[in-house]
Ligand binder design. Sequence first.
Ligand code: ZN
Length: 185
Amino acid sequence: MPVNVIAMSTSAPLPAAAQGETVTDRLVEANRSYSEQFTDPGMDARPVLKVAVVACMDARLDLHAALGLHLGDCHTIRNAGGVVTDDVIRSLTISQRALGTRSIVLVHHTGCGLETLTEGFRDDLEQEVGQRPTWAVEAFRDVDQDVRQSMQRVRTSPFLQHTGDVRGFVFDVTTGLLREVDPAA
Ligand SMILES: [Zn+2]
């Protein structure tokens, strides 16, 4: 049996589902095994590497494994697209001002679901439910340009104190490799 709790938390297969069990039941069951091997690392809440990573929620992106991150190393902020929304700025501001992070890493990826959507998604929603969402879909066609826009939003935020180390990348879901995006290109 592997004893590496971190690896198990991200890559161990879940136990086979019993009949009538929901996916959440399986997760709760997996957590029981996790907690049995878990020992209190005695950390405080401030990320050891003083870095916040903003990434897409894509299921193929195992952020900790892909970046060699371990428990306690970083803040992880994820949403559809890894877009720098107001709420991401909120989290980054708290991350920097209350919890001491200094660097920001942005990770978008190839084959993102947002490349297949348009802002028409909101029109469709409005037609269906009778209410227009207040948020933008943040759909995009050019992933590099989208990373640049995210870097720009971070760098120009008045709330962030530390914008000297902001770098953006595209994660290739077929090779597992990160490619850095030149902010000036
Ligand atoms: Zn994505």
